[in-house]
Design a protein around this ligand. Sequence first.
Ligand code: GTP
Ligand code: MG
Length: 203
Amino acid sequence: MKIKSAEFLTSATNLRDCPPDDLPEFAMIGRSNVGKSSLINMLTEQRSLARVSATPGKTRLLNFFDITATASGAGATKWRLVDLPGYGYAKVAREQRADFSEATADYIERRENLLCVFALIDSRLEPQRIDIDFLQWLAERDMPHALILTKTDKQSPAATRANVERLSQALRAWRADLPPIFLSSSETKAGRAEILRFIERTI
Ligand code: GTP
Ligand code: MG
């Protein structure tokens, strides 16, 4: 699939404010600073389509981007990428759990045209409670999802593979099958072709 154009459509603060649900949507979510906005820029090959922040946790809005692409053997396809606010930790009743906005939860649970959530995870880290909790939350809701392990340029392929293995083990502790796992770098564009192929197949 070749991306022909990508443009910012609108921002929303809640589900009601979202644009009409007339195009297939793929949403990026993950901890603050994991590289959601950078990945959107990498996939669309636009340097500053989504705002990359030096200070984590800046994106509080749901940001929608309209994409026009040509799929192999087909005409133009239109779809959307959605940049969701990053999640962080909240202390709730002595127990730490993934804290993300009600708007994000609403969007994921009720958006009819949301085909897949890309859960971004830093490839340099051992499995984090917060990410596992979030993946569990998605699985409980039967929300189709795939994992993208970001920033692979920052370490050796062997170190990335070791973390993929640890993460897979952590997931197998409570689920029978693993979601698709992609390795990416917004610096080297690693993973771009695979992720776009997955989107093409999913549409
Ligand atoms: P929030 O919107 O604040 O939640 O952050 P985000 O998840 O959108 O992360 P963002 O794309 O803003 O990237 C955070 C920082 O990581 C920036 O300094 C990026 O340049 C850097 N970064 C993101 N992806 C990569 C990557 O693949 N490789 C390297 N080396 N740096 C990256
Ligand atoms: Mg961002």
